[in-house]
Ligand binder design. Structure first.
Ligand SMILES: Nc1ncnc2c1ncn2[C@@H]1O[C@H](COP(=O)(O)OP(=O)(O)OP(=O)(O)O)[C@@H](O)[C@H]1O
Ligand SMILES: [Mg+2]
Length: 359
């Protein structure tokens, strides 16, 4: 099969806790799920977004791809974490072509990595501006750009894993952008003002705050749901898998249920603190307040977590189901188990909306 701009790609989300693969056929407004599968990873095989045990991850991905019986090798994956920098900058007004030459020279001063070690991309932020009115007068000849820099090492590592599993990586995206694409399948983020998208993953809490549908502030907070797993293991001297199954609701009969639930709720505290700080930072730098939030990732599946976050952050919080406007394809899906794990599929399904373009 040849790759064209319409070929649906296989989306591969290599998280710290598990790999998810997904594939959407069709076009925006008419997406159909052709595949979705998950494979848990051994602890420490992916640490803070970086693949440590390549053999294990390649083996898990190979098995998953085989089980899904996917008929295309072309794939899209994502990266996150410390190797990624996203920053809003102001640059002189110029055309996209001129910017393509200008940005790589200009970027160095904003990037905390060696310029030779990163790949750079950018997006012109049209329509939304966080500039004050007086700034406008001073900076009439300036435009806002979203600058993205990703360390080559992490891109190469993702690509190598995919290639070793028999896939052909075509696009490497970012988790925080994939979440926007997943939500855009069913919602009009342009009409929602300031919205926080929060992905409660194993190692990270991925945050993207949008203004009128445009990324305004992003952060991969390096605290995730695995901290709770580790605490349960330490407190009750249990194995990793046992602790994981307690989190999904399998609390043993003889265990102190209330104490365990308290520990789980407590584990959200440091994350809430960081989210709160990020909301504050956003409001002081953008003249806007977060008005509502969407929640996804494994941490969104603890019953009552939406209420907890809503109370503490002071905004309405909705657990997001990326499949709400997606038709189920011909493959035999169990709609109930699919909708139960849907929040965890958000990054994979957002990646699956991507089509290869030749630019
Ligand atoms: N049903 C559930 N209820 C509660 N917690 C769950 C449930 N399912 C998974 N989790 C927890 O969610 C976390 C994994 O979430 P997710 O799959 O979104 O992470 P990841 O994408 O692998 O990691 P990251 O994005 O941080 O690299 C684990 O800590 C796991 O214990
Ligand atoms: Mg994730």
């Amino acid at each position: 099969m040849f790759l064209s701009a319409k070929t649906p790609l296989l989306a591969v989300d290599i998280g710290s806790n598990s790999i998810k693969v997904g594939r959407l056929l069709g076009t925006p407004g008419k997406f159909e799920l052709s595949n979705f599968g998950m494979m848990p990873l051994d602890p420490e095989s992916v640490v803070e977004g970086v693949v440590q045990d390549e053999d294990h991850v390649v083996d898990a991905l190979t098995r998953l791809v085989h089980a899904e019986n996917v008929d295309t090798p072309y794939a899209v994956a994502s990266v996150a974490g410390e190797a990624v920098m996203i920053k809003k900058i102001k640059v002189p007004m110029m055309s996209k072509e001129e910017l393509e030459e200008f940005i790589p020279q200009e970027a160095e001063q904003y990037i905390p990595f060696d310029i030779d070690d990163v790949r750079i991309d950018f997006q012109i932020l049209e329509g939304v501006s966080t500039m004050e009115e007086h700034e406008f007068e001073e900076e009439e000849d300036k435009q806002e750009i979203l600058l993205v820099a990703v360390q080559n090492e992490i891109i190469d590592s993702r690509s190598n894993v995919l290639t070793a599993a028999g896939l052909k990586p075509c696009i490497i995206d970012l988790d925080v952008f994939a979440i926007v694409n997943a939500i855009s399948i069913s919602r009009n983020l342009q009409d929602m003002g300031s919205v926080a998208l929060m992905d409660l993953g194993g190692a990270f809490t991925h945050l993207n705050i949008l203004m009128d549908g445009v990324t305004s502030y992003t952060r991969d907070i390096p605290i995730g749901q695995d901290a709770c797993t580790t605490q349960l293991m330490a407190k009750y001297e249990m194995e990793y898998r046992e602790s994981e199954s307690i989190k999904v609701g399998a609390i043993p009969e003889d265990a102190n249920k209330e104490e365990i639930i308290d520990l789980i709720i407590e584990s959200y505290e440091p994350i809430l603190e960081e989210l709160h700080k990020s909301f504050e930072f956003f409001s002081t730098t953008s003249n806007s307040q977060v008005e509502r939030a969407f929640l996804c990732g494994g941490g969104a599946m603890i019953p009552g977590v939406d209420g907890l976050l809503s109370d503490r952050l002071g905004v309405p919080v909705e657990i997001f189901n990326p499949l709400e406007a997606v038709k189920l394809g011909a493959r035999k899906f169990d709609p109930q188990s699919l909708s139960q794990m849907a929040p965890m599929a958000t990054v994979a399904l957002g990646l699956a909306t991507r089509r290869f373009d030749y630019i």
